[in-house]
Design a protein around this ligand. Structure first.
Ligand SMILES: Nc1ncnc2c1ncn2[C@@H]1O[C@H](COP(=O)(O)OP(=O)(O)OP(=O)(O)O)[C@@H](O)[C@H]1O
Ligand SMILES: Cc1ncc(C[n+]2csc(CCO)c2C)c(N)n1
Length: 260
């Protein structure tokens, strides 16, 4: 079984070459309609494509200038101009749409589609945009995906399952989550300056008859997990590398550290 390596180097201001996962990732950033995390500028700098999902554009417009209080708000907005705004356009303010449209942002109105979420629409756009040969290196970073309305959170988690072959990382200010597909063994390299120690392994889509880990305070050894029985929450990372192998897709979650 092939190994998949994961590393949250996108949370760092720049990637230290010796700590990266050895592959060159292509990052795309999706900004959802919740408060921007404090590390949003780092994500922005790592990304090659930046998309706001509908009302996410209001957040970028309103909140990014506050992250650079000594700069002119207009200059900040010009520097952080999204490539695309996509969604059903019922939350973006008219003035914000006009502002970015005048600066050259592509506006994609999909108000006719009321069956898929704005995040789904954005990930579908990214998958179409990226050349096939680069798809294996694609990693979609999503801000504002957790916390807030539970129906939205579940819709956001469902996007991980709708695009099971695409690396998608859902983030809030406090934690990140992603899918560990059962088709691979997983090695998670912990960036301990910016993440941990709290973590979880959650069999959300289906029960797991057997999961084995190393590197956690409460490791699993050929352990069964299901809702109604054991799911691994409030676990702690002990090692710099965590290994996970399971017969089911699992959600990995880890806390994000606030700067001191
Ligand atoms: N409170 C929230 N919690 C989690 N995710 C959110 C929340 N609010 C928005 N989002 C995410 O941001 C995206 C864009 O937000 P926006 O408010 O534009 O969505 P919407 O489709 O208009 O929502 P609504 O269901 O209120 O009509 C949503 O599709 C969702 O993925
Ligand atoms: C069974 C079912 N439940 C809910 C919706 C509503 N819905 C799901 S995604 C979406 C777009 C949100 O931007 C909306 C309105 C639906 N269509 N079908």
């Amino acid at each position: 079984m092939e190994m998949m390596t994961h590393s949250s180097t996108f949370l760092l201001p720049s990637i230290p070459p010796s700590r990266g996962d050895g592959s060159s990732q292509t990052y795309a950033l999706v900004i959802l309609n919740q408060r921007l995390p404090f590390f949003a500028p780092f994500l922005w700098n790592h990304a090659q494509l930046r998309i706001c999902a509908d009302g996410g554009a209001n957040r970028l417009h309103d909140e990014m200038p506050a992250m650079f209080p000594h700069e002119n708000p207009f200059s900040v907005r010009k520097r952080y101009k999204p490539d695309v705004i996509k969604g059903d356009m019922d939350s973006i303010r008219e003035e914000v749409k006009e502002f970015y449209s005048n600066m050259g942002t592509e506006i994609v109105d999909e108000s006719h589609d009321q069956d898929t979420t704005d995040l789904y629409k954005c990930v579908a756009f990214i998958c179409d945009w990226i050349p096939d040969m680069d798809k294996s290196n694609l990693c979609v970073l999503v801000t504002g995906a957790l916390g807030g309305r539970f129906d939205h959170e579940v819709g956001n988690i469902n996007a991980l399952y709708r695009f099971p072959k695409t690396r998608i990382i859902l983030m809030s200010d406090d934690c990140l989550i992603y899918l560990l597909p059962k088709t691979h063994r997983h090695e998670i390299i912990i960036q301990s300056s910016v993440e941990g120690p709290h973590c979880g392994l959650i069999p959300i889509g289906a029960p797991s008859a057997s999961t084995t880990t190393t590197g956690l305070q409460w490791d699993l050894t050929d352990t069964e997990m299901h809702f109604g029985g054991l799911v691994s929450t409030s676990n702690i990372v002990l090692a710099e590398k965590i290994a996970v192998r399971s017969d089911s897709d699992l959600l990995w979650t880890i806390s994000i550290r606030r700067p001191q």
